[in-house]
Every structure is written in C-alpha cells, then in structure tokens.
Design a protein around this ligand. Sequence first.
Ligand code: NOJ
Length: 584
Amino acid sequence: MPADLAHDWWKSAVVYQIYPRSFADSDGDGVGDILGIRQRLDHLERLGVDVVWLSPVYRSPMADNGYDISDYCDVDPLFGTLADLDGLIGDLHERGMKLVMDLVVNHTSSAHAWFQESRSSRDNPRRDWYWWRPARPGHRGGEPGAEPTNWGSAFSEPAWTWDPDTEEYYLHLFDAGQPELNWENPDVREAVYSMMRWWLDRGVDGFRMDVINLISKVVTDQPPGLADGEVGGADGGPIDTMRYGDPGPYVLNGPRVHEYLQEMHREVFAGRPAGLLTVGETPATSIEQARLYTDPQRGEVDMVFQFEHVDLDSGPGGKWDVVPMTVRDLKETMGRWQTGLADVGWNSLYLGNHDQPRCVSRYGDDSPEHRAASAKALATVLHLHRGTPYVYQGDELGMTNAPFASLDDLRDIESLNAHRSMLARGLTHEEAMAAILTKARDHARTPMQWDAGEHAGFTTGTPWLAVNPNHQEVNAAAQVDDPESVFCHYRQLIALRHEEPAVVHGDFTMLLPEHEQVYAFVRRLDDTEVLVLANLSSREVVDPGDLGHGWDDAELVVGTAGRTDSQGRRILGAWESGVLRRRG
Ligand code: NOJ
C-alpha cells in the first residue's frame, strides 16, 4: 500500500450525486429538500457509496436551479435550514459517509449582497469584484452590438448585460442572473477562501467546484481589456457561435487558473487532516491541462471532470448540433484519458450528471427489452476503469430520459433559451425540438423513482417537473431486494472497488480497440488480473476476438461473460457484461 494512502482515500471511494430538487420531498411542496434526503439515507448505505456530492442548496433566486447563489452561508428555505444541513452532515458521518458540497464561485447570483453593492455605484469598493465595462466605443449602451465584446453566454444570450443605473455592462458567461466574479481581485479570492474554511469547519468533507477552469480570464492591454471571440467557429460546447463570438480561448483554463487553485489549496486545505475531496468541473480541458490540475505535487485539486466523452455526440455547431457517436469513439476517448493520467493525476469517472441526458438513453438502449442490461453494462465498464466513479441519482436504477412532448414540459433555462436562439438562427421548431429532446438537462432532473405509486414516492404534492411514467416499472422499491436488478449490480461493482486493490490501483490495458460493439480491458496489479468484458450493443457478438489466454477458468466476480458455442467460440448476448479475475 502506498504510504500516503490516507490522502488518497478517494481512490477506492465511490461518490453519489444528489440533485436535491429532484431527490425526495418531505413537505409536499413538490420540490425535494434536505429532510427528504435524510429520510432516504438507507438507500445510499445499502448501495455502499462513500461520499455524497450535494448539488447547491444555498440561498438562491433559482434562475439556474441553485447554481446562482445569493448567500453562500445559508440554506434556501425551499430546501430547509442550516440546522437541517448540519443534521444531514451528522447523519452521513454516523453512517460512515462523507458530504461534498457544490462550490459555485466562478459567479454569484445577481441577488448576492456583493453584486448588489458592486452595481450600486461605479465607485463602490466592491465595484471591481465583478467585470464591469463601458459600451463599445461609438455605440449607445443597451443597444444591440454595444456590448464590450461579442461573447455569447452558455445560455444562448449575449454574455453582457447593460446596467442603466451605472451605465456599464457586466459579464456573465451563464444567465444574466449569474454575474462573473473577478478573481483578479485578491479580496474576492480571500472572501471565497474564508467561506470555504467556514464550511470545512462546519464539518463538510470537500467541494465539487463548478466550472472552476473559467475563473481566470485573458486580460489584454487594449480597452476593454478583453478580446472579441471568433464567430462561426466550432465551439463544441453550449455557446451559439453562429450568433455570438466564442469566449472559450479567453476564459477556459486561463493564464492564472493554476496560480489561483494553488493559492486556494494553501489558504483552505493545507494542514487540514486527510479525508477531504476536491473535484473541479473543467469543460473543454485537455489531458495535458488535467495533469496539471490533478498532479498531487502541485497542490490544486484531487481530480477533475473532463468533458470529451460527453461531447462525442456534439458536432461542429456545438451541443445542439447532435451527431451520432460510436462505441469505438467512446473507447478511444476513455482509453486515452486512462493512459494520459496513468502516472500523474487521477480520473473522475462519470457518464451522467444533472447537466447530461440519462446515460442509459444516450450510451445504452432504453427500450424495455434492453434497458436493464445496458444500464448494467455501462456501469460495469465505467466502474472498472481507473479513477473515482460518480453515480448520478437514479442511474443505479437505470432511470431513462423522459418522454417530454413539448417545450411546455421543460423547465431548464438552458433548453428554453436554446430553443429561442435556434429559431432566431432560422431553424424550424421541429429541428430545434429534435436537438433539445436529445440533450435537455431536464432528462436527468425528473424526480427520483422511489416506488410505483403516485409521483413515484417523490412527493405527496405536485412535482416541479413531471415524474417519468416508467416509474411503474423502474423504481427503487422493485429493485433493492432483487439480485438481478440494476441496483444490485451497482452494489456489487461498488463493493468490488472496496475489496479489490487491482480495481483501484491496477494498470489499464484496452483490448480490441477497433471492435464496434465490444468494450474490453484488463486491469493488472502484481499477480492479480481483472478482465472486463461488455457488449455495448443490442446485437449478439460471436467471438469478440483475442482477449488473451487463460481466462476460461477465471473467477467470475460480477455479471456474466458470455457462453461458449459448439465450436468453442465465446458468444456475448446483447448488452451482456461481466468481470473476471485471476491470480498468479
Ligand atoms: C455547471 C453546472 O453543473 C450547471 O448546472 C450550471 O448551469 C453551470 N455550471 C453554471 O453554474
């Protein structure tokens, strides 16, 4: 065992993400809350996860469901009270689990006191805590085209909003209700660090850092100090680069981001006992960048969420330009990250979260015939990679995308704005809806399916977003005691990580990289070898190819690994998956 194992405890851990709005509602208002979570902790303990990552529960006007925070040190009444949160921390610790909070400090809400002060006058001491700029020379503020730069925001609007009172624009890379903090200002940084220390002192076990690779911007000598972005280029992300300039090169992984994270590490984490976890959300980040973020010697974060595999179905026009992806693409990407972070750094492993469609609908087959098997196959592959797996609530049940019928069924600001933007660009309503119904974040946000009853046991009231009608078949109550269920499969995979060091520390070798259906690899540590074999397709595979010798007598530890036909060939059924182990 490495001597510094205590600091690496998260290598053998599995994290479960709770999106509180949609997890469990204790008071019947149709929105999940902290007491609801506390009532459902048996589910998590049974699953065997080590850590809960809680999406934001702070005070917020909810322009972006809590990713717009107006008070970092209080809980929004929609979710409960600070005392409820203290109770949750205590409950989790009692059960041997940890709590990681969402840290959203690239931006605040426009309702945050800091921004209220900042916008109150041009000479307010907090003016410089945000990015304020005059209108473009020769233009009248507030008119289209007068924005200081041509940047688009991730929510399909210009990235600048005019403030008529102080006659300047402020920058927001998301909604106008999410102004960007100016990390160039050391007082901003100290205010953030002090808030983080406050939470750690309160007992939380770390942070998931929202779009943390956006905190440093490229500042130029020429007014306005920020440069126009390319229009019409390929962004790959959510920016509508047909209508706006792409801010990416000026805001992603900017010149001071590593300096800031190292400072944060020194100011917040250094000297605290081991047992904390930090994970940065880092869209559009390369392996080279990820190595810098996650090299323990540099003191930045423990791991990052990279985006390459969730961008595989985005075409040159970005997120809403949906293109097909293949099993080969997925293997190529995931395999490259395994190799890229093999000697330095660490991977976070995820196929879904509150920003992505459901993984079983996207990478699997959510038809009744294949849903469960494909959910298991995807989990098998993901959890056996080297890295820390993240389970998004409901994925352990094989929850699917929702059958949204129209825009009225959706709630997410990203989808609603994207629809308007696509129409403005000349797409038909049908074309816009086809993209939105494929990628909408609301697919992942439908309420957790606890049972087959009304509203899936999520609430006694009217849920804020409709429950998926398939909760009558797909729900926790039907699965937790069924050894063949998706839930029990997840439980086995999580237990395997806890007990088998080769899954945690073993090296990784991809097999059959060119195969169009099979995802196979070997993990190896000392004398233990683990073979992972999955047919990621709805068609049978006859003889997947050379898996190396000697696996016929290996121990089957999870799932099934095919059958042998009369000619001695291995046959893998549709979405069949399994894990084999041998020693010596
Ligand atoms: C990433 C979060 O995961 C997403 O939900 C949010 O909309 C943006 N960051 C802005 O905070």
